[in-house]
Design a protein around this ligand. Structure first.
Ligand SMILES: Cc1cc2nc3c(=O)[nH]c(=O)nc-3n(C[C@H](O)[C@H](O)[C@H](O)COP(=O)(O)OP(=O)(O)OC[C@H]3O[C@@H](n4cnc5c(N)ncnc54)[C@H](O)[C@@H]3O)c2cc1C
Length: 317
């Protein structure tokens, strides 16, 4: 009979499953459940942008990161500013990565066993087991996968309040989307329409990005939250993939120590509460407080995978 239930076979749940099995847990002791997603790629929607921390994290579970890299742009644009980003930003094949993480696992659509010792809530924005958080903030997002007539550039445009993105994938394909705290669906659709003019649409999806910051407690009774279910996603950039993996690692490191798990995540990601506050302020006052954001540059640089102490990404002419 399984002792552990992992609810959610997204990034955090799948990475944790593989970590547990590689660390000697019998797969028969773990049940992993996920009702699946109606999207064309079969997973929760995502733009698949990652930073270079992905490489060692992939090696740690015996997978070859190169297999999943779809694009590695040399140049990126934040609004009109051009940045040299070679070696720092990538897009990857998230569905293939999750498939490989789950090699040997049987994912069922609902839990079948009673008397489970521990439940891992890796259900992302749903928080299906640990429960709703009363002050939760979820930003709606829409996205299309498209094919442009020529290779697209990595672009990010700020909006009031949120941002739109073009993330190059393989060949001429890209994910184009927007997440916003203020726009209605029509305005978001018009924005994506404008960014995809001349491109052929392959598929589209929608989802939410949690803008709350770290949600405590992460452990309630026998339920442990991990990944975005624990609020471990950066609210301004929407970067949640690497943090979800890092949180799964910290969960394993503190497997018998719930307080230690919360302390480790608070140390690494407690600051996400501050960027959540900045988004609220941006919404209330009409401008992002860049001075306060710069006060968090060390944390942001670490999240983005820059060398500590040096801001490597340079604006180019
Ligand atoms: C449109 C969009 C674009 C994004 N782009 C990026 C990006 O470019 N880079 C980046 O780093 N992050 C991005 N993110 C955020 C990133 O996708 C998430 O933060 C990350 O996937 C979180 O991983 P997770 O495993 O915690 O949750 P998820 O990946 O969301 O996985 C949760 C899983 O739980 C399952 N589930 C839900 N309810 C239940 C239930 N009751 N029982 C069992 N299973 C359940 C879902 O089907 C899903 O498979 C984006 C998010 C969105 C919505």
């Amino acid at each position: 009979m399984p002792k552990i239930l992992i609810a959610g076979a997204g990034i955090a749940g799948s990475y944790l499953w593989r970590l547990l099995v590689r660390n000697g847990m019998n797969p028969a002791d773990i049940q992993i459940v996920d009702p699946g997603s109606q999207t064309r790629c079969g997973i929760a929607s995502c733009a698949f942008g990652i930073t270079r921390q992905f490489f060692p994290l992939c090696h740690e579970v015996g997978l070859n990161p190169e297999k999943y890299i779809l694009a590695s742009p040399a140049i990126g644009y934040a609004n009109k500013i051009k940045f040299d980003i070679k070696g720092y930003m990538f897009s990857f094949d998230k569905p293939a990565f999750i498939r490989d993480l789950l090699e040997g696992a049987v994912v069922t659509s609902s839990p079948s066993e009673m008397g489970i010792e521990r439940i891992i809530d890796a259900t992302g924005t749903a928080r299906a087991y640990i429960g709703k958080y009363e002050n939760d903030i979820l930003f709606p997002c829409i996205q299309r996968k498209v094919e442009f007539p020529q290779p697209p550039e990595l672009r990010q445009h700020s909006h009031y309040v949120g941002y739109s993105w073009i993330i190059p994938l393989e060949g001429n394909q890209a994910h184009v989307g927007i997440g916003s705290a203020t726009y209605d669906t029509k305005t978001m659709q018009e924005t994506v329409e404008g960014l995809t003019r001349g491109a052929k649409t392959i598929c589209s999806c929608r989802g939410y990005i949690r803008g709350t910051g770290l949600i405590l407690p992460l452990v309630q009774g026998n339920i442990w939250a991990v990944g975005e279910a624990g609020g471990i996603i950066e609210p301004i950039s929407g970067a949640g993939i690497v943090p979800a993996i890092e949180s799964a690692k910290l969960l394993l490191e503190h497997w018998h120590d719930p307080k230690g798990y919360e302390a480790a995540l608070t140390k690494k990601y407690g600051w996400l509460r501050k960027t959540s506050e900045l988004v609220k302020e941006w919404q209330d006052k009409g401008a992002l407080n860049t001075r306060k954001l710069l006060g968090l540059w060390k944390e942001c640089a670490e999240l983005a995978g820059f060398n500590p102490g040096i801001f490597n990404i340079k604006p180019t002419a």
